[in-house]
Design a protein around this ligand. Structure first.
Ligand code: HEC
Length: 120
């Protein structure tokens, strides 16, 4: 009997920690959930949705030379309004309705960590 109680308590603890973490998703979690299927788990532009028969490849976020061409605002705008916001491909979807502004800013910071670059 006590063992069952312990199991129940452990289960509740696990469920609670899930609930808490889904309220405050980190930029890394958001990236893995929303971006990695195209941009790759490590941001190298090689996610499972990035196939050769697509006209453009997802940005390699670890490419400092390319990422340095973008200002912080460019990054925020393309995440918020999609590729066309920075005259890029509409294959890059808009996330302005999916993610909160602060989550998008946090993703921008996360991308700056991936490229180890500051931008223009
Ligand atoms: C359906 C695939 C797909 C998903 C999902 C996706 N992207 Fe993209 N992304 C692209 C493609 C394709 C491009 C390249 C567009 C181009 O170069 O014309 C791109 C480009 C970008 C750029 C560069 C834009 C520029 O002006 O050069 C940024 C920044 C970016 N993505 C961030 C993200 C973030 C952050 C997420 C997750 C919130 C995300 N992307 C999700 C496909 C995707």
């Amino acid at each position: 009997m006590p063992q069952r109680i312990i199991t129940a308590v452990a289960l509740v603890a696990i469920l609670l920690s899930y609930a808490v973490s889904s309220i405050a998703a980190t930029a890394e979690e958001n990236y893995k959930f929303y971006c990695a299927q195209c941009h790759g788990l490590e941001g190298k532009g090689d996610g499972p949705n990035a196939t050769k028969n697509q006209p453009v490849s997802p940005r390699d976020h670890t490419n400092a030379a390319e990422m340095n061409k973008l200002t912080d605002d460019d990054i925020i705008n393309s995440i918020t309004d999609g590729g066309p916001a920075t005259s890029k491909s509409s294959l890059m979807p808009p996330f302005g309705k999916t993610l909160a502004k602060q989550e998008i800013t946090a993703l921008k910071d996360y991308l700056r960590k991936l490229c180890k670059c500051k931008g223009k």
